[in-house]
Design a binder for this molecule. Structure first.
Ligand code: S3P
Length: 444
């Protein structure tokens, strides 16, 4: 095909160093996606600041533009969404490519199931390998018509013009993406949609629905009920920094002697703070300063200083509250004294990569004894050697191994890092300014 060349991006990180400084990591990915979706479906103009200008959230913007929504920005985190109302989306000219973004696909399935037009949702090699029946099956029960590939994967063909009915649905897995996709379908359904989770998961959808003036009922920590037929009113949103991005620096500063960081305006919604709790159980020194509310979400500044860590058995109740932070936490465990045991985390096997296998392989390549189990991992803390690891295109694995270099005895080369841009554009520069000796290598 002409002179088309695949280039791969690697990180090469020299060993040692410490992290210092005070800054704000980019905006929260989960909240940024939802801000576009709710803004698009609302009546009026929604103004967003602090938006994450990463590839996943840009995929959501592009998909709504393809359905006729006028969206200005992102410009330094500012976005304006000209809402078209719940029934104002238009049929896109072709399939909607959601790239690497599971959140876009699962939440948009719920929205698109309620539209009058047909639509196809697709994505990259990772996304088209991830399980989608978990969302299409309950949507089908609501009356949607969705065709998946044979293995229950994308592309998803969503046939519009169906009448949806509310359901009372106990979620088989603790997943905010499923809960949110079903609540979004519930906006279009006749009657009540009631979702019960096996364990609490992030509640950004519920908070944002309230922020857009849509009534919902939250009976206890695990049940939420919504009725169709209402309307969303445009809102002004200030999106906090992403705790999931801050997590790499929380771990990096915790493992590197001499480190002292202040991370500003970080989202500390209690359904997301498992990473802080787990690190503290391991002995980390993290202070939560100046807690406040910003646009309906709890926010704080986080000060983190080096502290010697010890291995723990991670409480299963914290797993859904730290679900995206395990790659970084496994690096903390590798640097801790003793053994860390994770159970109840089978979901990690169906994220952007199989995060149990890929992390165990990478840790083993760096001479750390780590063994995956069906639903977790056992990691024996030790001395990280230098070496080469493969992130398998998983952004969080790439950034986690970059932090591992702070405690390694030799350089670490991390292959396949381009997807860091899905969630954390500017990671390499920020990490360097904080003290990580990171170089990027483009490999033809
Ligand atoms: C997300 C929910 C989580 C998380 C993902 C973002 C969300 O996925 O891993 O990065 O924004 O709702 P699951 O709900 O599948 O666990």
């Amino acid at each position: 095909m002409g002179n088309f060349q695949m280039t791969e991006l690697n990180f090469l990180v020299a060993p040692g160093g410490a992290l210092h400084g005070q800054w704000r990591v980019p905006g929260d990915k989960s909240i940024s996606h939802r801000a576009i979706m709710f803004g698009a479906l609302a009546e009026g103009i929604t103004t967003i600041t602090g938006f994450l200008d990463g590839e996943d959230c840009l995929a959501t913007i592009n998909a709504f533009r393809a359905m006729g929504v006028v969206i200005g920005g992102p410009d330094q985190g500012r976005v304006t969404v000209h809402g078209v109302g719940l029934h104002g989306l238009q049929a896109p000219a072709g399939p909607l490519d959601l790239g690497n973004s599971g959140t876009s696909m699962r939440l948009m399935s719920g929205i698109l199931a309620g539209q009058a037009f047909d639509c196809v949702l697709t994505g990259d090699a990772s996304l088209t390998g991830r399980p989608m029946r978990r969302i299409t099956e309950p949507l089908t029960r609501m009356g949607a018509r969705i065709t998946t590939g044979e293995r229950g994967t994308a592309p998803l063909q969503i046939h519009g013009g169906q009448r949806l009915n509310g359901i009372d649905y106990p979620l088989p897995v603790a997943s905010a993406q499923l809960k949110s996709g079903l609540l979004l379908a519930g906006l279009y359904a006749e009657g009540m949609t009631r979702i019960t989770e096996p364990a609490p998961t992030r509640d950004h959808t519920e908070r944002m629905l309230e922020g857009f003036g849509y009534p919902l009922q939250r009976d206890d920590e695990r049940t939420v009920t919504i009725s169709g037929g209402g309307r969303l009113t445009a809102a002004t949103l200030d999106i906090p920094a992403d705790l999931s991005s801050a997590a790499f620096f929380l771990v990096g500063a915790s493992i590197a002697p001499g480190s002292d960081l202040l991370l500003e305006h970080v989202g500390v919604n209690p359904t997301r703070t498992g990473v802080i709790d787990i690190l503290r159980l391991m002995g980390a020194n993290i202070e939560i300063r100046n807690p406040r509310l910003a646009g309906g979400e709890p926010v704080a500044d986080l000060r983190v200083r080096y502290a010697p860590l010890h291995g723990i058995r991670i409480p299963e109740a914290l797993v859904p509250l730290a679900i995206d932070e395990f790659p970084a936490l496994f690096i903390a465990a590798a640097c801790a004294k003793g053994v860390t045991v994770l159970t109840g985390a089978a979901e990690l096997r169906v994220k952007e990569s199989d995060r149990i296998q890929v992390m165990a392989d990478g840790l083993n390549a760096l001479q750390i004894a780590a063994g995956g189990t069906a639903d977790g991992i056992v990691i024996q803390g030790g001395t990280l050697a230098g070496g080469a690891v493969n992130s398998h295109g998983d952004h969080r694995i790439a950034m986690s191994f970059a932090m591992a270099a702070l405690r390694a005895s030799g350089p670490i080369r991390i292959h396949d890092c381009a997807n860091v841009n899905t969630s954390f554009p500017g990671f390499a520069d920020l990490a360097r300014s904080a003290g990580l000796q990171l170089q990027q290598e483009a490999v033809a």
